[in-house]
Design a protein around this ligand. Structure first.
Ligand code: PHE
Length: 448
């Protein structure tokens, strides 16, 4: 996709957009973050809430973001400004861009570790996740490597490079995941894992579970910070925003649910704890690989494919911040990507050193989390939810109903029939539900 301030690119085709948006959505969020978040929050009860959040909150917000983007053909800051010129709404766009930058920074740390696991698995190195990530000589170069790869792909053109590779490799990831599910659910004791994951115990739901499910829904669908506004800005008027949004959400959810089916049976088989945190997937997957013929090769391929999935997500994060610099600050695209990359690297350093390398970064005073965990909580959960509240209000109350409906009807002629439902959700249900969850979360936080 080439875009200069005067001439914006467009996706090469309808499938090109769906692939790119699904590429942004599907990533470490589904395979790394979803299982450990579900594990920490009671398993099946979390899964249930998560699915509700996707359907009633994620999907409408996705439609809102895509239509705001396509209507204005702008980066998130410019988009709010175009619909409400000169208002404070551009601040919401700005917060989104900043959130994107911060997510990019810590996301590349774990994406780098994924790349490291390709070599680690191939060489038969059995160091634990904790010991592996404790070395800054491992995490920092891998962080740098991942950021540089992201920049090179974004510079080389999303269309020719990544679109083509993603088209081939993502289906391969899907097939490999099916193989892993089959192996995992046939392990001894798998049924205990399945019932933890699929049989809800609603007494486990607390305020914390709600924010975790909601935050995970936004994070996984790449919502709340303008990624879908930016991707929507390259959509053509012939494309159907509603069906595209449904397809992207469906595939994203499918991959996350599949990841759970791989992890939980194997976890109970190996006698590990579901609330092991960010290391969970990296500790459990090798258990399955060891049970497969040619496990090292299968394992390495899996981490390679996961790295590609992570790459299509970091591309979208980099793209949001770059689009802002290009559209609003009129910085040359070539230069803008490197500026963003340099800042992301610096912002990523404390996260890279918080997984065992520097003690106080591993357990921040006051917040009681690692720096990495804190970044993920603040930007990957809270700020996305805050952003989504404002995006819902903007779509529901600020943007004229006739205008938003006319925008979405291009490419989706029968949207008129659905408009009242979508508008109701975005006007009332989403902002109120998200605000309540955030309120309880903060009360819990203050109460200690
Ligand atoms: N959705 C991506 C994932 O699940 C992460 C992401 C979040 C990408 C926000 C863009 C914006 O891995």
């Amino acid at each position: 996709m080439s875009s200069s301030p005067s001439e914006r690119g467009e996706w090469s085709s309808k499938t090109g957009f769906i692939l790119a948006a699904a590429g942004s959505a599907i990533g470490l969020g589904n395979i790394w973050r979803f299982p450990y978040t579900a594990g920490e929050n009671g398993g099946a009860a979390f899964l249930f809430l998560y699915l509700l959040c996707i359907l009633f909150i994620g999907l409408p917000v996705m439609i809102a973001e895509l239509s705001i983007g396509r209507h204005t053909r702008k980066d998130p800051v410019g988009a709010f400004d175009a619909i409400r010129p000169g208002s404070a709404w551009r601040l919401v766009g700005f917060i989104g861009v900043f959130t994107g930058l911060c997510i990019l920074a810590y996301y590349c740390v774990i994406a780098g570790v994924t790349v490291g696991y390709i070599a680690k698995t191939l060489s038969g190195n059995t160091t634990s996740f904790t010991d592996y990530t404790a070395s800054p000589m491992v995490t920092i170069p891998l962080l740098l490597l991942f950021i540089v790869i992201t920049v090179l792909v974004v510079q080389g053109g999303v269309r020719n490079g990544i679109e083509r590779w993603a088209k081939i490799l993502m289906p391969v990831l899907f097939v490999l995941m099916i193989v892993l599910i089959i192996r995992s659910v046939t392990l001894e004791g798998a049924s205990r894992g399945l019932s933890f994951y699929l049989k809800p115990d609603f007494s486990k739901i607390t305020g914390k579970t709600f924010l975790a499910a909601l935050g995970q829904a936004f994070f996984s669908l790449s919502l709340g910070m303008g990624a879908m506004i930016t991707y929507g800005s390259y959509l053509s008027k012939r494309d159907n925003i509603v069906t595209s949004g449904i397809l992207v959400s469906f595939f994203d959810t499918l991959i996350a649910v599949m990841a759970g089916l791989i992890i939980f049976p194997a976890l109970f088989f190996a006698g590990k704890n579901p609330d092991a945190g960010p290391g969970l997937v990296f500790e459990v997957l090798p258990v399955i690989f060891a049970k497969l013929p040619g496990g090292a090769l299968i394992g390495a391929s899996f981490f390679l494919l996961l790295s590609v999935a992570a790459l299509t997500s970091t591309i979208s994060l980099l793209e949001v911040v770059t689009a802002y610099l290009v559209d609003e600050k009129h910085i040359l695209r070539r230069k803008a990507v490197w500026i963003v990359a340099a800042i992301a690297f610096i912002f990523g350093l404390p996260s890279a050193m918080s997984m065992g390398a520097v003690e106080w970064l591993g357990e921040l005073p006051l917040v009681g989390m690692s720096f990495f965990g804190f970044m993920d909580w603040l930007f990957g959960n809270v700020m996305l939810a805050v952003g989504a509240v404002f995006i819902s209000i903007f779509f529901g109350w600020i943007w004229k109903r006739a205008k938003s409906t006319a925008e979405i009807e291009q490419g989706c002629p029968n949207y008129g029939a659905w408009a009242p439902v979508i508008l109701f959700l975005l006007r009332f249900f989403c902002p109120i539900a998200i605000a309540i969850v955030l309120f309880f979360k903060f009360r819990e936080l203050i109460a200690g």
